[in-house]
Design a binder for this molecule. Structure first.
Ligand SMILES: C[S@@+](CC[C@H](N)C(=O)[O-])C[C@H]1O[C@@H](n2cnc3c(N)ncnc32)[C@H](O)[C@@H]1O
Length: 296
C-alpha cells in the first residue's frame, strides 16, 4: 500500500477489510470488479487471493486515486477513470461479468485531508467537493447560484438538517461565499448554542452528496452490478451514512425477496460494522456498514 511519506502512514486505511475478505471469499482465478478502488487497500488484498490481475477491473472517479493505482497495479489490471455508473453501463453493455464486486462508497482519507479539495471546514479551502475534478458542478456553484428553496431541499433530503430553510436563507444573504470556513461560520449562525458536533457537518454532507450525485449514482448502479454478477458471484457494498445504507438494504432485500425467481441470497441479514479494535485504529470505520449477497 502507498505510504504518506510525512507520517509514514498509509494514505487511506481500508475499512472492514477482514469482513470484506470473509464475505467476498476470493479464490484463485476469480474475476474482480472494484468500483471505488481508491488507494487499492481492498483491491491489493483481494488480488493477493485471486492472483488474476488480467481478470480485474479497478474504477475510480478521482484522478489522484487513479494515478496512484496505476503505479500500484501494473500487471494487466484494467483501470477505469470514471464514475461507477458510467463504468458499469459500459462494462455491462459488453456483457462482462464478475465473480466478485465491491463498492466501498464515499470519500477517501486524502479527500478529507487535503483542504484544497474543499470537503472539510476544519482547515480553510475552496468550496469544491468534486470527487472527479473534470466535473463542472462544484459546491461553489450550488452555494452561490442555486435558489434558496433548492438549497433548503438538498439540506433536508441529504442530511435531514432541521434548520434547512434558515441555513439556505443565511447562505443566500451572505453571497458571495468562497471558502469552506466562511460557509461553516454562516451555518453556525443558525445554531448559536452548544452542539456536540459542528453544526456545519450536516450542510457539508448534503453539499457533497449533491455535488457528486452520490445517491443517484448508487440507485442507478445497483441493478447494473446485479446484472454483472456471474452465477455464484458475490457483491459487497460498504456505506457510510443512513441514506446510502437504506438504498443498499432495500435493493438487496428486493432482489433477494421470498420469490421463486429471486436473483440474490443475502449473506448479511444485518449490516456488518467495525469491531472495537478497528475503531481504535481507524476512526473512519465508525459509520461503515457492510452488506453482502451472492447471486443464485
Ligand atoms: C472509501 S474510498 C475507497 C477506498 C478503497 N476501498 C481502498 O481500500 O483504498 C472511496 C473511493 O471511491 C471513489 N468514488 C466515490 N464515489 C464514486 C463513484 N460514484 N464512482 C467512482 N468512484 C467513486 C472516491 O473517489 C474514493 O477514491
Amino acid at each position: 500500500m502507498h505510504q504518506n511519506k510525512n507520517q509514514n502512514a498509509p494514505l487511506h486505511v481500508p475499512v472492514l477489510l477482514q469482513e470484506v475478505l470473509q464475505y467476498l471469499d476470493p479464490a484463485p482465478g476469480n474475476s474482480y470488479l472494484d468500483l471505488t478502488a481508491g488507494y487499492g487497500g481492498h483491491a491489493s488484498e483481494v488480488l493477493a487471493r485471486t492472483n488474476a490481475p488480467q481478470r480485474t477491473t479497478l474504477v475510480d472517479r478521482d484522478e489522484n486515486a487513479i494515478s496512484i493505482l496505476k503505479g500500484q497495479f501494473n500487471h494487466g489490471e484494467q483501470l477505469i477513470h470514471a464514475d461507477f455508473q458510467t463504468a458499469s453501463i459500459d462494462l455491462s453493455a459488453d456483457g462482462t461479468t464478475y465473480d466478485l464486486i465491491l463498492a466501498d462508497l464515499g470519500v477517501s482519507s486524502p479527500h478529507l485531508n487535503d483542504a484544497h479539495r474543499g470537503f472539510m471546514f476544519s482547515e480553510d479551502g475552496p468550496l469544491d467537493m468534486r470527487m472527479d475534478q473534470r466535473q463542472t458542478l462544484s459546491a461553489s456553484d450550488i452555494v452561490n447560484h442555486w435558489d434558496e428553496d433548492k438549497i433548503a431541499g438538498i439540506l433536508k433530503r441529504y442530511s435531514e438538517e432541521p434548520k434547512a430553510k434558515r441555513i439556505a436563507n443565511l447562505i443566500v444573504a451572505a453571497r458571495p461565499i468562497t471558502t469552506t470556513a466562511q460557509l461553516a461560520d454562516i451555518v453556525k449562525q443558525a445554531w448559536p448554542g452548544y452542539s456536540r458536533s459542528h453544526p456545519a457537518t450536516r450542510t457539508f454532507q448534503a453539499l457533497r452528496i449533491a455535488v457528486n450525485d452520490e445517491l443517484g449514482q448508487l440507485e442507478r448502479s445497483l441493478p447494473l452490478w446485479l446484472d454483472m454478477l456471474a452465477p455464484g458471484g458475490r457483491l459487497a457494498v460498504i456505506s457510510f451514512h443512513s441514506l446510502e445504507d437504506r438504498i443498499v438494504k432495500q435493493f438487496l432485500a428486493n432482489a433477494a425477496g421470498d420469490r421463486y425467481d429471486a436473483e440474490l441470497l443475502l449473506l448479511t441479514k444485518r449490516p456488518v460494522v467495525a469491531g472495537t479494535n478497528e475503531l481504535v485504529t481507524n476512526p473512519r470505520a465508525r459509520s461503515a456498514k457492510l452488506r453482502a449477497a451472492v447471486k443464485k
